[in-house]
Write a protein that binds this ligand. Sequence first.
Ligand code: HEM
Length: 283
Amino acid sequence: MLPWAFRRLPGPHQEMFRYQEAVRGYLCQEINRHKLSASEAPKAFISCYLAQITKVDDPVSTFSEDNLIQVVIDLFLGGTDTTATTLRWALFYMVQHRAIQGKVQQELHTVLGTSGAVRYEDRKRLPYTRAVLHEVQRVSSVVTVGAVRQCVTSTRVQGHPVPKGTIILPNLASVLYDPECWETPQQFNPGHFLDKDGNFLVNEAFLPFSAGHRVCLGDQLARMELSLMFATLLRTFQFQLPEGSPGLRLDYVFRGTRQPQPQKICAVPRLSCPNTGPREEGL
Ligand code: HEM
């Protein structure tokens, strides 16, 4: 409520500001590095943004170095914890459901064999693996409530009036667990995304990235990262509980996103471990 006062008050929260300054310092260095290597056809996000700052001859332009720093911070905040947490859930669910882990590994082996790295296009030939990953995202519901939004104009949603200025908190978990949209909403069931012939099935209630104009900006990047990492990890390792483990806890702890409980699992290299060196054709 009073950010300027918060900054001046002593206390443990000052550590947060120190981290913030460290991140900003690092980004300033990165921006300077990109300035020095500026080219005619910039490719990296920072270079493109810098080119835009110099191009835009508009007195009210929002393109500035300060804004660039904030945008890069937003991308890191939005894109790191969400994807890493989803991947952790995926591995825990695979340990909990060994038969499903085995079926994913079998599909990866049958379709991709043992050589070469996984490519994003491969997902089309891997309906079961794709369904499992979708089910992980549905059940873990990592971003359980979307970002806070404010209604810019008066409207109606399913007949209910929503006046201009209303604060909106989209409850994404309510859709991901809606009993009218999912056969067994509370259970981990990859069948939610498969038809009777085992083909991948799109379900419109799959909204972990939210929907509409302000849908997650990293949606496609996240799907690509998750698909490549999940398939590569399962091809390479068998995930299981360590000896003597009392079992997994799949209830979540809330730390801004829904996180799994900190607990140990083992990654045992598989005998038929593929050679996952980079392929010529890249991603
Ligand atoms: C599994 C991974 C991810 C999940 C579940 C996720 C989910 C979400 C959700 C639910 C929103 C709120 C949308 C709304 O308000 O309606 C959001 C916004 C956003 N996400 Fe993601 N996200 C993920 C990965 C990423 C990645 C990889 C990036 C970028 C590198 C990213 C960047 C952003 C940004 C910048 C916004 C704000 C967009 C805006 O305000 O218009 N996210 N994300």
